[in-house]
Every structure is written in structure tokens, then in C-alpha cells.
Design a protein around this ligand. Structure first.
Ligand code: NCD
Length: 380
């Protein structure tokens, strides 16, 4: 009888409990004095707020990274990668930050960004806590996201956040920086706006793919797909100002063309670019192709089948049209943008790219806590 009761209890009660947990109250939305004014300032004027002692403290915008920083971080990632090849090296890395704790607050779906940050923390010895949906935090009781985040700062030394809302990571950093107990905030993707650490790993991947042909300087890069709502291509575009003679080609259907804020930025920084919807025509001339998926989650109406835009897919037949050194990137997840058979081609860099994410994020965390000198010393 006991087992029968238990079985009945668990079948009936769990769904009921979940149903009840969905929402107790509307989420509280109180105004933060000064936030609107700060948020509406031009990005360049805000960057100083995310620095401490002349170093980056919060990672919110790709515009925070200059060439020195990018080269420094890529170099550091290479060293971490090399150290991690041996048991002794791994143990040294794990002893760098065992006294630090990180919070992964990921309330928008994620596989790679979450796992690579989590494993970057493991590599450096940090312990982690995680929230992967608002339904399991006190946000269901009506707590505001800002209060939730402030709570994390009471327990951990670093917050890594992914959120569907543009500007959320920035607000988190801004709110915490006014408290007695601020901790660094890393933006792991903020709505359709920015994904600065993805841009770091994309740069690291491109630099590695082009290592024997002079690095990223002087290269022509095509970005393909949903450029309007894809935050990765937006953040990566900002970083191009750090490289000499780079040229961009934006390849997108009319409805998903790159937004004006980015093209204005490129003009301002004299980065040559052009736009086209004829993917095949530019294939022979580019050094890298950065594919992206259609970001249906931001669609306003129901999404139809026709919205997969097959003219913007990379297919097996295209492999003979691109250069022998052309690197193929994709932030992933992939849907139909790249045929599976292409994975076997040595130019397919996207699986290497996702691994680069773990190393560069480990480098970034080591930098944030100022322990990177210990790593450099291993190689001096
Ligand atoms: C990207 C993202 O979340 O913006 N994925 C990722 O972080 N690797 C790209 C995407 O979801 O299309």
C-alpha cells in the first residue's frame, strides 16, 4: 500500500506544484533614480563606469575592448590552453581562484555560453551557483530582477548573466556599482543587442585560423543571415575597429539587414563595408564566412516555414567556390544554415570556435580577478 500511495502522490502532486509555482505575483518594477539618464547616454561616455583602476571591471559592451586588450587576452587564452594539456598545469590553474565563487544567472536558453563559462570557472578552480530560469527563483513571488541580482552579490564574487532584455546586464552592473558590495558582471548575451564575450571568442578563433597568414589584419569577412537581430554579428562588428584594413560584407535578406547603429559606427571608424543579398557572388573573395541563424525568438508574429531563407545557407556545392583558406564560423546553434557534410571540411571552424569560447572565457575571468600574471610567469 505504501508504494501505491507514494506513486499516486508523486504523479498528482508534482504537476500541481509546478502549476502553482508558475507565478505568485506580477514582477515588481520600481524605478531606479538616475538609471534612465545613464542608459540614454552615448556608449562611449559610459565605458568609464565599467572600469576600476584602469582595468575592465564589468564586461557589458564589445566597445570596451581595444587592440592591446584583445591581443593580451588571446595570448593568455593560448597559455591557459597549453597549461591545461598536462595534469600539473591543470592543477596550477585550479589553484588560481579556488577562493572565488561565481553565479551563472541564465534566464534565456543557452548551451555553449553556459557550459563554456561553467567550465572556464572549473578550470580556474572557482565554485559556481546557477539559476537557469525565473520560475525557480523568487522572481515568481514578484521580486524584481534587480533585487534578485543584488542578492547574488551577497553570496558570490562574480555574476555572469544572460537575459532576453537588451540592457539588462548593464543595469545589473549599474545597480551593483552603487551598493556597498559590488561584484563584476559579465554580459553573456543581452537580448538582440550585445554578446561581448562571444565577440571575444570569435576574434580568438579568427586570429587562430589566420595564424599562418598574418592574423585578422587585412582580411575580408562576410557576415550572413539575420544581421538585424543576431547579437553576435553586432558585437563582432564593433571589434573590427581594432584591426587594420579589415573589410566587412553584410549578406542578408532585406528584412534582416544590419541596423543603422552598426553601419554608422563602421562609417565613423572608416571600416569599409558593403551590403548584398547575393551570397554566392561574394563567396570567392572572402577570407571568412560568419554564418548565423534566423533569430525567430524575437519574431513578432508566428514564424512561417518560408522564413528559413535557403539562399542564405552554405551548402556542399559552395565549398569549391570559396578560397582554400576561407574560415567558416557560426556561433551555433545551427539549424539549416550549414549543411552537415561541411563539418568534415578543414575550413569548417565552428566546432573549434565553440572550444575557443571556453579558453578565452577562462582568460577573461583570470584577467577580471587579476591573476593572469601568475600564468604569464609560467612561460617567462
Ligand atoms: C548565440 C546567441 O545566443 O546569441 N549563441 C551563442 O551564444 N553561442 C547565437 C544564436 O543563438 O543564434
Amino acid at each position: 500500500m505504501g508504494s501505491k500511495v507514494t506513486l499516486k502522490y508523486s504523479i498528482i502532486s508534482i504537476p500541481m506544484q509546478e502549476k502553482k509555482m508558475q507565478k505568485y505575483a506580477e514582477q515588481t518594477q520600481q524605478e531606479f533614480e538616475g538609471w534612465e539618464e545613464f542608459f540614454n547616454k552615448p556608449v562611449d561616455e559610459k565605458l568609464e563606469n565599467f572600469k576600476r583602476n584602469d582595468r575592465i571591471y564589468d564586461v557589458i559592451y564589445a566597445q570596451q575592448f581595444d587592440r592591446n586588450f584583445l591581443d593580451y587576452l588571446c595570448n593568455l587564452a593560448d597559455m591557459i590552453r597549453l597549461l591545461a594539456k598536462t595534469k600539473v598545469g591543470q592543477s596550477k590553474l585550479r589553484h588560481l581562484l579556488p577562493h572565488k565563487r561565481a553565479m551563472l544567472y541564465f534566464v534565456q536558453p543557452s548551451t555553449r555560453t553556459f557550459l563554456s563559462f561553467q567550465n572556464a570557472c572549473h578550470i580556474l578552480g572557482l565554485t559556481i551557483s546557477e539559476i537557469r530560469g525565473t520560475s525557480t527563483s523568487s522572481e515568481v513571488k514578484g521580486e524584481s530582477p534587480e533585487d534578485t541580482i543584488r542578492t547574488f552579490a551577497s553570496y558570490v564574487d562574480l555574476i555572469i548573466s544572460r537575459h532576453p532584455e537588451a540592457g539588462f546586464a548593464e543595469k545589473t552592473a549599474w545597480v551593483l556599482n552603487q551598493t556597498e558590495h559590488p561584484v563584476p558582471v559579465l554580459n553573456g548575451g543581452s537580448g538582440p543587442d550585445q554578446h561581448p564575450t562571444q565577440a571575444l571568442l570569435d576574434i580568438y578563433t579568427l586570429e587562430r585560423e589566420f595564424r599562418t597568414i598574418g592574423g585578422l589584419d587585412g582580411k575580408k569577412i562576410a557576415m550572413v543571415g539575420d544581421l538585424k537581430r543576431g547579437r553576435t554579428v553586432r558585437s563582432l562588428s564593433y571589434l573590427m575597429k581594432n584591426y587594420q584594413d579589415v573589410e566587412l560584407i553584410y549578406v542578408a535578406p532585406e528584412v534582416f539587414r544590419m541596423k543603422d547603429d552598426i553601419t554608422e559606427f563602421l562609417r565613423k571608424h572608416r571600416i569599409p563595408f558593403h551590403e548584398t543579398d547575393d551570397f554566392e557572388s561574394i563567396m570567392p573573395e572572402v577570407d571568412a564566412i560568419y554564418m548565423t541563424r534566423i533569430q525567430n525568438e524575437y519574431a513578432e508574429g508566428p514564424v512561417s516555414e518560408a522564413e528559413s531563407f535557403p539562399e542564405f545557407h552554405l551548402k556542399k556545392k559552395h565549398l569549391s567556390m570559396i578560397q582554400t583558406h576561407c574560415a567558416i564560423l557560426h556561433p551555433l546553434p545551427r539549424r539549416y544554415e550549414i549543411e552537415i557534410i561541411i563539418d568534415k571540411d578543414p575550413r569548417a571552424a565552428y566546432w573549434r570556435q565553440e572550444r575557443c569560447g571556453m579558453w578565452i572565457r577562462a582568460a577573461l575571468i583570470a584577467y577580471i580577478f587579476g591573476v593572469e600574471k601568475v600564468i604569464f610567469e609560467e612561460f617567462s
